[in-house]
Design a protein. Structure first.
Length: 306
């Protein structure tokens, strides 16, 4: 039953990704995806932001090479190019927008708020492409956005960044939205297995970040424990866990549901901050997370009704 060329095969009954319930995978996605903001906050004190992202992509590429290489050897060009483009948009484009905005002075809370509006951006792009969404699902998206705003309002400030910098998180979010919709429209023959897809995304993104960081300074790693922890944290949890589970969940559910689950990311990020940095929690954060959860339920129900 396994297809050749590393192209995604139907998930078998013995596959643990198939056996695990979707809510379990989505919970793991939330934990790992939200860890990226925590890792970015930690790493910025030890190294340039794009240097950490570059080595994060290099490390994941090297780790996945033994698993992906057998499939990569016979991969035709017509499969390479669209998946490489998706990888550049999903990883390099998204991380450039969010990380670049923070590096230019956009407050992390504001950048995270814009990034967490991914479900809304995806729904608007999908509507522009002719996709239909039930009214209750649109209401759920609006409610989820309100929950994100409530959860993060204590961390929001405008800062003193250049005007152009505030557009970077928005462009990063739209880049991931376009990549997700593009991936959903690939033919079955062009869909890669998650590990091969993630390898390709990290490989092309490493090249992109090498160019970006190379224009600003050296690509050599910094021999400090802070830099090492930053790279290992973001590579293992945020990339292998976050991006890996993002694409796995897309194989199991529609993009609107998977993106809507990320409405809960701000609440989980705040819990990460409380556990690791002692940041205070508030009832408003809990209320915002609850409101986002109700919005997710409405989106899921609206999709089923549709």
């Amino acid at each position: 039953m396994t297809q050749t060329l590393g192209i995604a095969r139907p998930l078998l009954r013995r596959d643990w990704l198939r056996i695990l319930p979707l809510p379990v995978l989505e919970a793991a996605l939330l934990l790992s995806w939200s860890s990226g903001f925590v890792g970015a906050r930690f790493s910025i004190d030890y190294a340039p932001a794009f240097l950490v992202v570059f080595w994060r992509c290099v490390l994941v590429t090297l780790a996945l090479t033994p698993l992906a290489w057998p499939a990569l050897r016979g991969l035709p060009r017509k499969v390479w190019w669209p998946n490489a483009g998706i990888g550049l948009l999903a990883m390099a484009g998204y991380l450039c927008g969010v990380t670049g905005g923070i590096a230019w002075g956009v407050p992390a809370g504001l950048a995270a708020l814009v990034a967490d509006l991914l479900p809304v951006g995806m729904a608007l792009l999908g509507a522009a492409m002719g996709q239909r969404l039930a009214g209750v699902a649109w209401a759920g998206l609006a409610l989820g956005s309100l929950g994100v705003l409530l959860a993060t309002q204590g961390a929001l400030s405008l800062g003193h960044a250049p005007l152009l910098a505030y557009a970077l998180p928005l462009l990063g979010m739209l880049s991931l939205a376009v990549a997700t919709l593009w991936q959903q429209r690939l033919s079955c023959a062009a869909v890669l297995s998650p590990r091969v897809s993630l390898w390709l995304q990290c490989a092309v993104s490493a090249v992109a970040f090498a160019g970006i960081q190379g224009l600003q300074g050296s690509l050599w790693p910094i021999p400090t424990w802070g830099f090492a922890v930053s790279v290992l944290w973001t590579a293992a949890i945020s990339t292998l866990g976050g991006y890996g589970l993002y694409w796995v969940c897309l194989h199991r559910a529609g993009h609107t549901r998977v993106a809507s689950v990320l409405f809960l990311s701000p609440g989980i990020t705040l819990l990460w901050g409380w556990c690791l940095f002692g940041e205070p929690l508030s009832w408003m954060m809990a209320l915002g997370t609850l409101v986002s959860g109700v919005g997710i339920g409405m989106v899921v129900w609206g999709r089923r009704a549709g």
